[in-house]
Design a binder for this molecule. Structure first.
Ligand code: GDD
Ligand code: MN
Length: 404
């Protein structure tokens, strides 16, 4: 397999974290496709790496002999894990080793490995034997059966962790909850979004600008990949025999940064700006109608009655513009006045709840946090705009059924 006679190290890719499509991947190698590439990110795993390579190649030689590769990506470990791995190359023809000296971090290490990989299926496993290798066969079978992504999960049947402290379990679940709040459409797709053990079809992530932060490469794949069917396989996360975990508070901060980065990437900026412009037009309509109804020089009706009418007319204005412009593409998939009326009623309820949220927030900021009422009002309007946008996107214009 290894065209290079000596046990030379792999060149480290540089530049953007984009994975090439198969045809380019094969060209990089010696011109033939492989079905499976397994990346093993390592940092200070010199005591584990030999057994890891031995076990993995023993398993895969019985299953897909000659049709897979193992790629160790080491970030210049002080314990010279890369050197130990490199010394194994002559004995394991499927083994390739990369030593990164400029970059550091689990997720980017995995992607650099996938960038030089030649397989149609790209996988990752930890280099410390905490991920039981035999689960790979079940994950491979899931991909064969049509899944784009197969994830080894601790939170499905047959899954679990051996001896994690209560604190680590709490932090792991807490991190998952935070992810579900900030990024429900991504984190909610799998039971173990924190898993570091999975495989994905190259075509689902090729040519996409990946940009992870820290440890959670699976969230990056879910957030930026084109992932259809997902299969999860239960596994028990084993206790570490040698070395120690590199997880510190830093990884949790990076995780939060990663969630926000993906949130921004996935936040439909264009649609939100259109929604905000329509919202602004609603403010003008509201003020104009309130003037025409309440001002003594005009109809001179009571303030509350005038305000309720002006607010409702503003909501109708916003609905019509949002239905035609902001969410026009989604509305066009749900034709007929009945569906439109349903959207309008939902929009109306969401906006009225927004109004209540606005008054509540205004009072909390003014009475409890003693913020100046104008600032408090602005903050409340901004918060409610996000609320109105997000809930209406997920509820009022959510495409339920498509009439072709
Ligand atoms: N190249 C590289 N660079 N590898 C790294 C780095 C890094 O900066 N940091 C850690 N690794 C390697 C480790 O050597 C190990 O092989 C693997 O990544 C996982 O690191 P651990 O530090 O052992 O993580 P953990 O066991 O606490 O947590 C693992 O399991 C969790 C449950 O699936 C990780 O995979 C977590 O992401 C995962 O949530
Ligand atoms: Mn580990």
């Amino acid at each position: 397999m290894n065209s290079s006679p000596t046990n030379s190290l792999l060149p480290v890719p540089s530049g953007s974290l984009q994975i090439p499509e198969s045809k380019f991947a094969a060209a990089n190698g010696n011109g033939h496709y492989l079905s499976f590439s397994l990346v093993i990110p390592t940092y200070n795993e010199s005591k584990n790496i030999k057994e890891v390579i031995q076990t993995l190649s023993g398993l895969l030689d019985n299953f897909i002999a000659g049709d897979y590769e193992l790629i160790v990506v080491d970030d210049d470990s002080p314990d010279r894990t890369w050197e130990v791995a490199q010394s194994l190359i002559p004995d394991y023809p499927q083994l390739r080793v990369m030593r990164r000296q400029e970059e550091r971090g689990l997720s980017t290490a995995v992607i650099r490995g996938w960038q030089v990989a030649r397989g149609q299926i790209l996988a990752v496993i930890d280099g410390d034997l905490q991920h039981p290798p035999e689960v790979l066969l079940k994950l491979l079978a899931a991909i064969e059966e049509g899944a784009d992504l197969a994830v080894a999960s601790r939170h499905v049947e047959g899954g679990g962790v051996s001896e994690w402290s209560f604190a680590r379990r709490f932090l792991s679940r807490g991190a998952q909850m935070l992810g579900l709040i900030l990024l429900p459409e991504v984190i909610g797709r799998v039971s173990d979004p924190m898993s570091g053990y999975f495989m994905v079809r190259r075509s689902s992530i090729a040519m996409r600008s990946l940009n992870p932060l820290g440890y959670k490469i699976l969230i990056e794949v879910l957030g930026r990949g084109k992932i259809g069917q997902i299969t999860e396989v239960g596994y028990v996360f084993q206790e570490r025999q040698e070395g120690e975990s590199k997880v510190t508070w830093k990884q949790y901060v990076e995780y939060l940064g990663h969630l926000l980065r993906l949130r921004f990437h996935l936040w439909p900026i264009g649609r939100f700006l259109r929604f905000a412009v329509v919202g602004l037009s609603g403010v003008f309509v509201d003020m104009l109608v309130l003037y025409l109804l309440h001002d003594p020089s005009a109809l001179g009706l009571g303030l509350t009655r005038s305000k309720i009418i002006s607010a409702e007319i503003a909501i109708i204005n916003n609905f019509l513009w949002n239905d035609a412009w902001t969410f026009g593409d989604m509305a066009s998939k749900q034709r007929g006045w009945r569906k439109r009326l349903k959207r309008f009623l939902k929009f109306n309820i969401v906006c009225l709840m927004g109004l209540m949220l606005n008054v509540l927030l205004l009072n909390v900021l003014y009475n409890f946090l003693h913020i100046h009422y104008q600032w408090a009002n602005l903050i409340a309007i901004a918060a409610v705009t996000f609320w109105n946008f997000w809930i209406n996107l997920k509820l009022s214009w959510r495409v339920t059924e498509i009439k072709n």
